[in-house]
Design a protein around this ligand. Structure first.
Ligand SMILES: [Cu+2]
Length: 144
C-alpha cells in the first residue's frame, strides 16, 4: 500500500523591493494632452507641470495641414521667426525625440499662430537632475 506523501511547499521568498520609482523610463508627452497642438492653449503652464527627460518623446497632434511644428533657437522662438534652416514637421502626428539635455523651442509655422500662443518651450534634463530636484538640492549653474 502506497503511503501518502505530503510535500511541504515552502512559500516563495518575497521578491526584493523594487527600486524607488523615479519615473517611467521613457514617456511620451502628448503636447497639450487632449487639446493637442492647437491655437490659444497655454503650453507654458502645460510644460511647467511636467518633467521632460532624456529619452522621452514629444507628440504633436493636430489636423494637417492646419498647423505645423517648427523648431528654432531661443531668440527666434521669442520673435516667432521661422528661420530658413529650421526643422519643420507637418504630418499631423509628429514625434520629436528628446535625445539630449538642454532647452528646445517649438512653434507652429502656419500664419500668425505663433503670435497666438501656439508655442512651446521645454527644458530636457537627465533623471539624476530630477532626482536631485526632488531631494531639494538646488544647484547653481553659474561660476560665481
Ligand atoms: Cu498652427
Amino acid at each position: 500500500m502506497a503511503s501518502k506523501q505530503v510535500l511541504a511547499v515552502a512559500p516563495a521568498p518575497a521578491p526584493p523591493p523594487p527600486p524607488p520609482p523615479a519615473r517611467a523610463a521613457a514617456t511620451e508627452h502628448m503636447v497639450g494632452d487632449s487639446n493637442g497642438w492647437a491655437l490659444e492653449f497655454d503650453y507654458a503652464t502645460w510644460a511647467a507641470a511636467r518633467q521632460f527627460m532624456v529619452g522621452d518623446t514629444l507628440v504633436f497632434k493636430y489636423k494637417s495641414p492646419d498647423h505645423t511644428v517648427v523648431e528654432v533657437g531661443g531668440a527666434d522662438f521669442a520673435a516667432c521667426n521661422k528661420t530658413a534652416n529650421a526643422k519643420e514637421w507637418s504630418s499631423g502626428e509628429d514625434r520629436v525625440a528628446l535625445d539630449k539635455e538642454g532647452r528646445r523651442w517649438f512653434f507652429c509655422g502656419v500664419g500668425n499662430h505663433c503670435l497666438r500662443n501656439m508655442k512651446l518651450k521645454i527644458a530636457v534634463h537627465c533623471s539624476v537632475w530630477y532626482m536631485f530636484m526632488e531631494m531639494g538640492i538646488s544647484f547653481r549653474m553659474s561660476f560665481i
